[in-house]
Structures are given as structure tokens and as C-alpha cells.
Design a protein around this ligand. Sequence first.
Ligand code: PNS
Length: 164
Amino acid sequence: MEHTALYPGSFDPWTNGHLDILSRAVKMFDKIIVTVAVNNKKTAVFTGEERIELIRNSIKQYDWSDQVEVIQFTGLLIDLARKKSVNVLLRGVRQISDFEYEFRMALANRRLAPEIDTVFLMPDEQLTFISATIVKEIAVWGGDLSSFVPDNVANALHQKYEKK
Ligand code: PNS
């Protein structure tokens, strides 16, 4: 039986923290479906398609990249998980402040779909302070993003903010 996990997030943008979580998860699961949640109410820097492309390009150098599928999705995560017959959701937790939100979301998902569990992984401690919000703040002011996001994401962010 193939063990698959859904790794959902906004990934706007995809960071080194996300990449670190994914690189740990591929050792535990046969397949990971990175799910870019596109929320029409949230204003995003990158479109769903752009985020997918950035994620795919950032992982293609790794020997585990063929274990990863990257898709976009709008709707309830548990509906997608059921459609794909996946019963594990994967989330990264960086610090205690993440936990409350994650705990509520995991329990809400479990109420909606008791057969689906959420698994939490911690990134490397050097990456725990990285968030999409902080990355965007640095990008706005043209700061050095090299230790925050993969190179292709840094280039894309600089291009986005130069244009604005
Ligand atoms: O990276 P984020 O923004 O913290 O990810 C949040 C995300 C996309 C995982 C969450 O908002 C989500 O699952 N959205 C889809 C709608 C849904 O299923 N919500 C969970 C029920 S509370």
C-alpha cells in the first residue's frame, strides 16, 4: 500500500522552511501532494500557477522530487483528501504561537472527516523564524532573501516587487 500525505498551505511564497518540511516528509511517505490553496478572498503575491511553478522548480534538483506532486486547490481540504483517498494531512509547526491555529484546524478537519489525521513536523531550528509575511516584508525593500527562500523564489519575488 502506498502511503501518501497531503501537504497544504498558501505557500505565497514557498520558503526554505516549507522545503525543509517536505524534505523530511519524503522519508516518511511514499508520495506527498503539495497542495497550493488558492483563496479568492486573500490577496496573494503569486497566482496559483506561479506558486506551483516555483515549488516544482525548487525541488527538481533533489533525488526525491519524483515522490512529489504539486497541485492547486480551492475548497475544503478534506474533500480533496477524500477524493484522492489520502488520510494524512501534513503541516509544519515552527513555534508555540503556530500551535493554537494548527490545533484548531486539525480538530475541525477531524470533526469533518474522522478518518483523516494531521501530522505535524518541525523544520530545522535555524528556519523556525521564517514566515511568508517576513519574506514579503524583506522583498518589498529589496533585502537579501538568500537564506529565506530558494533562489528561484528570491528572483521571482524581486521581479514582482521591482515591477510594482
Ligand atoms: O499556509 P497557510 O495559509 O497557513 O495554510 C492554511 C490552509 C490553506 C491549510 C487552510 O486555510 C486550509 O486548509 N484552507 C482550505 C479550507 C479548509 O479546508 N479549511 C480547514 C477547515 S477549518
